[in-house]
Design a protein around this ligand. Structure first.
Ligand code: DAT
Ligand code: MG
Length: 149
């Protein structure tokens, strides 16, 4: 089963969207393998967004992502990397469809509420930034046979 890293950004926490967002992934059928709240410091922001260091928006992005607590989670399921990205919606909420998290809850690219890994490789790297192996739970969900054929 595939795993991805999803993070509710500081605006999502401040806007009381934590329960709503987690609920969407639960209802979809994905399994929560890890979950925690933390606040990123500058070093973690640079680690997380290393491919964006030096871009014009990086300083604003780093200030935003470190501005308050985030909710970090690891989700598990079939094709969860691409499906969670689709559920999050396009990077710029102006282009995110209705029914996606960003489409429903965000307006500007610099306050787009949620992060999701963009590939299986990024997911493994990002999960490693936020979680130790011991913090990830392996368990059976009794509903799995009603979600997977
Ligand atoms: P995503 O979060 O969809 O993976 P990304 O990795 O390209 O998007 O960028 C990371 C974050 O940086 C994104 O969620 C919002 C911000 N960002 C990206 N492009 C931007 C831009 N052109 N102007 C301002 N912020 C931007
Ligand atoms: Mg990205």
């Amino acid at each position: 089963m595939e795993r991805t890293y999803v993070m509710i950004k500081p605006d999502g926490v401040q806007r009381n969207l934590v329960g709503e967002i987690i609920s969407r992934f639960e209802k979809k059928g994905f399994k929560i393998a890890g979950l925690k709240m933390l606040q990123l410091d500058r070093a973690m922001a640079e680690k997380h967004y290393k491919e964006h260091i030096g871009k014009p928006f990086f300083e604003a992005l780093a200030a935003y992502i470190t501005s308050g607590p985030v909710v970090a989670m690891v989700l598990e399921g079939k094709d969860v990397v691409s499906t969670a990205r689709a559920m999050n919606g396009a990077t710029n909420p102006a282009n995110s469809g209705a029914g996606t998290i960003r489409g429903d809850y965000a307006i500007e690219v610099g306050r787009n509420v949620i992060h999701g890994s963009d590939s299986v490789e990024s997911a493994a790297r990002e999960i490693g930034i936020y979680f130790t192996e011991k913090e990830l739970c392996e368990y059976q969900m009794v509903l799995d046979r009603w979600i997977y054929e």
